[in-house]
Design a protein around this ligand. Structure first.
Ligand SMILES: NC(=O)c1ccc[n+]([C@@H]2O[C@H](COP(=O)([O-])OP(=O)(O)OC[C@H]3O[C@@H](n4cnc5c(N)ncnc54)[C@H](O)[C@@H]3O)[C@@H](O)[C@H]2O)c1
Length: 273
């Protein structure tokens, strides 16, 4: 353990599996304690299963195996009150909150779902859920007066429209992920006087259940963010969750102490104009 995040507490949404779990383990390895939030149930308009209680329990045991503390809460990022309670519980048990990874998100919509509902769910989770997450933690971060770092999980679909749209789910995903750049910039200005930095990360396809699932295999030609479709400049088909965790571990560390307001692609060159 490098210990560079020793004494820090990280709120991570979507922490039961995929990138969120990878971030939790990586930050714990760097010394942070974790408040882990995940919905742990499926959503009708989403084409693949979301995480389970067992997934969240696995994140807990992997963080604890690193001798770090973790408070795990089943909550929906659409539910601001539940997020507030999770933060209060985490702060009471772990002593504060210094890092926020607004990572929870949904991808491919079920093709049989209503287009309008799929669009609405994308915005509710991938945009409003991020707003709820940050607002749940920021009052405590300001009150603590110890600075901090916030990272919003966007996507290459927050920087480009290159996968194309026309469906409720795809349009909603792209709209929400682009909107996160605006929020990130607003918040970087808002929170700089409190020494709280705000950045976004923009991965291309990452090997997680969001893209490695039966629905994606069935609808592969239309599917966004799948390796061979994406046009990486570097010789890689799909990134690993740890590739994104590495970037985030650096962004939230003091090594990046003067980096704020940045939209960082982690995309093997995909979004290079
Ligand atoms: N996998 C990719 O190719 C890729 C690429 C770019 C960006 N992203 C983004 O990265 C983030 C993490 O996704 P991932 O790849 O780890 O996928 P994933 O599906 O493995 O993980 C997402 C997690 O978020 C949780 N979640 C979903 N809706 C929630 C809600 N309403 N409240 C609380 N938790 C909720 C899920 O249960 C799941 O554990 C997402 O924001 C996603 O849009 C993913």
């Amino acid at each position: 353990m490098s210990g560079r995040l020793q004494g820090k507490v990280a709120l991570i949404t979507g922490a039961a599996r995929g990138q969120g779990r990878s971030h939790a383990i990586r930050l714990a390895r760097d010394g942070a304690d974790v408040i882990a939030v995940d919905i742990c149930r499926d959503i009708d308009t989403v084409a693949y299963p979301l995480a389970t209680e067992a997934d969240l329990a696995e994140t807990v045991s992997e963080v604890e195996a690193l001798d770090r503390r973790i408070v795990a809460v089943q909550a929906d990022v659409r539910d601001a009150e539940a997020l507030g309670a999770a933060v209060r519980d985490g702060v009471a048990q772990l002593g504060g909150v210094h890092i926020v990874l607004a990572n929870a998100g949904i991808g491919m919509a079920d093709p049989s779902a209503s287009e309008a509902q799929a669009f609405a769910d994308q915005l509710a989770i991938n945009l409003t859920g991020v707003w709820n997450t940050v607002h749940a933690a920021v009052p405590t971060m300001i009150e603590q007066a110890e600075g901090g770092s916030i990272v919003l999980s966007s996507s290459v679909m927050g920087l480009t429209g290159r996968i194309g749209g026309g469906s409720g789910g795809g349009d909603g995903y792209t709209a929400a992920k682009h909107a996160l750049v605006g929020l990130m910039r607003n918040w970087a200005r808002w929170l700089a006087p409190h020494d709280i930095r705000v950045n976004s990360v923009h991965p291309s396809g990452v090997r997680t259940p969001m893209v490695i699932n039966e629905a994606m295999e069935r609808f592969f030609p239309q599917a966004p963010e799948h390796g061979s479709e994406v046009g990486h400049l570097l010789d890689v088909t799909i990134l690993e969750p740890s590739d994104v965790s590495n970037a985030i571990a650096w962004l939230v560390s003091d090594e990046a102490r003067y980096i704020t307001g940045v939209a960082l692609p982690v995309d093997a060159g995909f979004s290079t104009p």
